[in-house]
Design a protein around this ligand. Structure first.
Ligand code: SF4
Length: 181
């Protein structure tokens, strides 16, 4: 697989993830506080597979060449109002944030154990700590986004394109543009 094909695959995978997460967003609409300007998930230091970085580089060349990264402490792609400047082309990791998440981890005693998490703003509790919605631990599996399969597909595409699971820091994209890469 060449780089063009890999970047195209990543873009189509992003579109598929949006399609698959939309029913979850509708189902959990009452508890999701996610909105433009809420940037709690947009941490500094995020890395993505190089094919996703290349997708951003190809579609946002002007921003990378002429724009300034957000100051350190939050994602370089945030603007001053806390909005993502590459929202349509944001990486996979950004497309599932805020949803109830579930994933498998190796258990110390062997086998796998399921973990779950959700943004504290979406945990379904009111200001007094009362439960307005089911805790994430009690949700049906199909009411959560399962981490792992999409990451595995992205990794496989990255390896097919470059021979390794190369990752790039989002902030480094600005530095590379400044260096003319
Ligand atoms: S790429 Fe956009 S959505 Fe993702 S962490 Fe950065 S600002 Fe947030």
């Amino acid at each position: 697989m060449n780089l063009d094909e890999a970047v195209d695959y990543a873009a189509r995978l992003h579109a598929l993830v949006d399609e698959l997460t939309e029913p979850l967003r509708r189902r959990h609409a009452g508890r999701l506080a996610c909105r433009a300007g809420c940037a709690g998930c947009c941490q500094d230091g995020l890395t993505v597979f190089a094919v996703e970085a290349e997708l951003i580089r190809r579609r946002h060349g002007a921003l990378l060449a002429g724009g300034q990264p957000h100051e350190a402490g939050a994602c370089a792609f945030l603007d001053e109002a806390g909005r993502c400047r590459i929202y349509a082309d944001r990486p996979y990791v950004c497309r599932t944030q805020g949803l109830p998440l579930r994933w498998a981890e190796e258990a110390a005693e062997g086998g796998a154990v399921e973990r779950r998490d959700i943004c504290p703003l979406n945990d379904g509790r009111d200001e007094a700590g009362g439960a307005r919605f089911l805790p994430v631990e009690l949700l049906a599996p199909e009411d959560c986004w399962t981490l792992g399969p999409v990451e595995a597909r992205l990794r496989a595409v990255q390896v097919a394109a470059s021979g390794g699971a190369d990752r790039v820091a989002l902030r480094a994209l600005f530095a590379r543009a400044a260096d003319g890469e």
